[in-house]
Ligand binder design. Structure first.
Ligand code: PLP
Length: 366
């Protein structure tokens, strides 16, 4: 039997090949390669897609997060609420601006930041909350935004896994003060290299990020602030435009695979992460829980089915964050998730029979 890849990136790019070649030709012939017309067009198109007023292209998702925080004047001495269950980039962005990440546990069912647990972690230094739309499902934004308003906090959303997701009937892109995106190749909207963006409804904030991303400069060789080089290049922007035009179709294909998984896994033996009714997921990952996760992964591997773990070690137990002093057991919900989660194959080029093969293998393991 042929192997079933976790995500067939080559097949995905192949499905866009004519449009990608055309985009490449356009950039090749333009004579302009960094921050130009393709970037401007992409920013306009992606803002419209997200129902946000502004979009600023940057070099990657981590920069999108840290530049959003910097533009909101968050820095040394400040605390930022982050999920205990997330990819480490969310925390690193806080550390990069000199602030301190303060972890808060997720809801068991969704694995996303639990709004009811935030208040207990607020101090006089708390400046912002960073909900992560993990696995493609928006965090429960209404109570998070209400709490932020009540306490004068900024909300920076990490939407690196949620291109096209919706919350309360509106696309993710400007519910909070700023929304950070990654276009890393494996994301739902992926470039053929690194790329990122920030979307927002606040033109002044967008303007600050535009200045920061390009050496703190608005006019060439005139530098207003200590900026960075986090520019989006024309080639990635052109390639992203080609892929954005069919993102909704790709997401619909992922949703069809997810529906098939959910239907056939409804009665065990694994527990899929749940999606709440106010949330429209774009199924970046299809994640299930099982107490014998490693044995299940091994059984699937023996049948040629690739899986991944998102994520095996939570940020608070990474050596990189040893200085924060969190011992094992500090965040038991996140730790249990990290022990039990398994991501099944998921992607827009998967066929229904591929999903059936995965489900059959799971049932055979049980
Ligand atoms: C991918 C990802 C990022 C970082 O994006 P890069 O483009 O790799 O820097 C941040 N947060 C989450 C949740 C991600 O999945």
């Amino acid at each position: 039997m042929t192997n079933l890849p976790f995500l067939d990136l080559g097949a995905i790019q192949q499905s866009y090949a004519p449009a990608l070649r055309e985009a490449f030709e356009r950039v090749l012939q333009s004579g302009w390669y960094v921050l130009g017309r393709e970037v401007e067009q992409f920013e306009r198109e992606y803002a419209a897609f997200c129902t946000a007023r502004e979009c600023v292209g940057v070099a990657n998702g981590l920069d999108a997060l840290s530049l959003a925080l910097r533009a909101l004047d968050i820095g040394p001495g400040d605390e930022v609420i982050v999920p205990s269950n997330t990819y480490i980039a969310t925390w690193l962005a806080v550390s990069q601006v000199g602030a301190t990440p303060v972890p808060v546990e997720p809801r068991e069912a969704t694995a996303n930041l639990d709004p009811a647990r935030i208040a207990a972690s607020l101090t006089s230094r708390t400046r912002a909350v960073m909900p992560v739309h993990l696995y493609g499902q928006p965090a429960d934004l209404t109570p998070i935004l209400a709490l932020a308003r009540e306490h004068g906090l900024k909300v920076v959303e990490d939407a690196a896994q949620a291109h096209g997701a919706s919350y309360g009937g509106r696309r993710v892109g400007a519910h909070g003060d700023a929304v950070a995106w990654s276009f890393y190749p494996g994301k739902n909207l992926g470039a053929l290299g690194d790329a990122g963006a920030v979307t927002t409804d606040d033109p002044a904030l967008a303007d600050r990020i535009r200045v920061l991303r390009n050496y703190g400069s608005r006019r060439k060789y005139h530098n207003e602030v200590l900026g960075v080089n986090s520019r989006l290049d024309e080639l990635q922007a052109a390639l992203l435009r080609a892929k954005l035009s069919r993102l909704d179709e790709d997401n619909a294909r992922r949703a069809a695979i997810a529906a098939r998984y959910l239907d056939r896994l409804a009665h065990g033996p694994v527990r899929p992460i749940q999606v709440e009714p106010q949330c429209g997921s774009v199924w970046h990952l299809f994640v299930v829980r099982h107490p014998q996760r490693d044995a299940l992964a091994e059984a699937l591997a023996q049948r040629g089915i690739a899986t991944m773990i998102h994520y095996p070690v939570p940020p608070h137990l990474q050596p990189a964050y040893a200085a924060l002093g969190f011992a094992p057991g500090s965040f038991p919900i996140a730790e249990a998730l990290h022990r039990e989660v398994l991501s099944l194959p998921m992607g827009p080029t998967m066929r229904p029979e591929d999903a059936d093969r995965v489900v059959d293998a799971i049932h055979a393991f049980a």
